[in-house]
Design a protein around this ligand. Structure first.
Ligand SMILES: C=CC1=C(C)c2cc3[nH]c(cc4nc(cc5[nH]c(cc1n2)c(C)c5CCC(=O)O)C(CCC(=O)O)=C4C)c(C)c3C=C
Ligand SMILES: [Fe+2]
Length: 413
């Protein structure tokens, strides 16, 4: 097991999928924080000094606990940029990401994150389907990187969707996250241009009395029933199994499905709390499933989809989100959800332009997100309170080893 995986896994387990209040601090004199740590006369806090290693079997930012700040950005290759140019860009991006995630200053630094530690910074890189023909690598395009089907309730903006290259940045400090975004955008000059960019957030570590699963902007505890790295079939469901041949470059990788989902918060707020709980199938206060009697039910109480109320009705309604999305309702389909909330101001009608930057991870999008969304769209009560407005699927290769860059096995195949 790699350092990255072991640190991430321990943090994930210690916080039950929540943003950790105090991650593993890896720093101090002579530690991995390097030059930035040396500037500090007093030690950094746990939030500042927590480091998620860049190198590993899998890229960081997949099993890493939710971070307080996120940026996702898609780029298109510039006209004439070929495989060699793309390889140079991935090499520069990886070098900058490795330095910043270790708390060191990258080449061409602009001092935005000066004084801060790595703050759990992760940088995750992916390739969209349109990348492969442009880079002369059509024969290496993974079969799993299928076009996203159009779902009946979709309201997708193509300009805010897809893209040749994708970066997900997460950190527990907004300046550290922006710094990474700015450095990586500057490195792309002449090779790739931003296509779309979105900003998200989660709880700040330490904001709650104990580490908790995050709440979304509808006020629900969100992320409870995610698969855990300790689950027997976790790796098989979330990561691409090793193979040989032209797609071996995806060994240890995963597929990211990205959906910007606006929440219709005004109609949602018109519901009573009980009605809201019926939409999801869990209590808002503590996340307990509606099949667990209050007050004994807690967030981790197993869901009982068969449970009936004394009046004969289902305890978890037939159209409740957790029933329709459950693996049992979708031939075992399993995804790892790792979202950020967003708020981009107000729409013309005065309603908040806010919701979820829904990012989920799986070994194969067809048997993951697509399988579940085919069921949700139409039969999930939550559909009436959300709009899917942008969409993308990215092939996210395995992590780089020291001395390598992300995507090297593709670009130098
Ligand atoms: C296609 C997959 C999914 C989409 C799109 C989606 C959107 C979405 N979900 C919430 C809020 C919650 N989701 C919860 C559970 C849950 N959601 C999905 C899948 C999608 N959600 C799954 C597979 C599950 C787990 C189901 C189970 O087996 O129990 C929950 C409950 C708590 C939890 O387990 O995380 C909430 C709350 C929103 C607001 C949203 C779109 C904006
Ligand atoms: Fe959900």
């Amino acid at each position: 097991m790699t350092d990255q995986h072991s640190i991430s896994r321990r943090r994930l387990l210690s916080t039950a999928g929540a943003a950790g209040a105090a991650g593993l601090a890896v720093g101090g004199a002579g530690g991995v924080l390097g030059s930035t740590a040396a500037h500090h006369s007093t030690p950094l806090t746990a939030v500042g000094s927590t480091m998620v290693p860049f190198h590993g079997t899998h890229q960081a930012g997949i099993t890493t606990p939710a971070q307080a700040r996120g940026h996702i950005v898609a780029f298109d290759l510039a006209p004439g940029a070929d495989r060699k140019a793309a390889a140079g860009l991935m090499r520069r991006w990886s070098a900058a990401a490795e330095a910043m995630t270790a708390g060191r200053t990258p080449a061409g630094d602009d001092q935005i994150a000066l004084d801060a530690g790595p703050c759990s910074l992760t940088v995750t890189f992916g390739f969209g389907a349109s990348f492969f023909p442009k880079a002369g690598l059509a024969d290496h395009a993974p079969a799993a990187l299928v076009p996203m089907p159009a779902f009946p309730s979709d309201a997708i903006d193509p300009k805010q969707s897809n893209g040749d290259l994708w970066i997900q940045i997460g950190a527990d400090d907004p300046l550290v996250a922006f710094h990474a975004l700015r450095i990586l955008q500057k490195e792309a000059a002449g090779v790739a241009t931003p296509r779309w960019q979105m900003n998200g957030f989660n709880r700040t570590p330490g904001a709650t009395a104990r580490p908790m699963t995050v709440r979304n902007l509808m006020g629900q505890i969100d992320g409870t029933n995610n698969p855990k790295p300790t689950d027997k079939d976790f790796d098989a469901k979330i990561f691409v199994p090793d193979k040989s041949g032209p797609q071996a470059w995806m060994n240890g990788g995963s597929y990211a499905v990205v959906r910007r989902i606006r929440m219709l918060l005004d109609p949602w707020d018109d519901l009573t709390e009980t009605e809201q709980e019926q939409v999801i199938g869990r209590r808002k206060s503590n996340g307990a499933p509606l099949s667990a009697p209050a007050p004994t039910g807690i967030e981790t109480t197993p869901v009982d989809l068969e449970k009936v109320n004394p009046d004969g009705s289902l305890a978890i309604p037939g159209d409740a989100h957790i029933r329709v999305a459950a693996a049992q309702s979708n031939a075992g389909a399993t995804i790892l959800r790792r979202a950020f909330s967003y708020h981009d101001g107000y729409r013309a009608d005065g309603s908040p332009d806010a919701g979820l930057l829904f990012i989920c991870w799986q070994a194969d999008p067809t048997t993951g997100f697509i399988q579940i969304q085919l069921k949700l769209d139409g039969s999930d009560h939550l559909t009436r309170f959300i709009r899917h407005e942008s969409s993308a699927i990215f092939a996210v290769p395995g992590g780089a080893q020291p001395g390598e860059y992300v995507g090297q096995h593709l670009l130098e195949a």
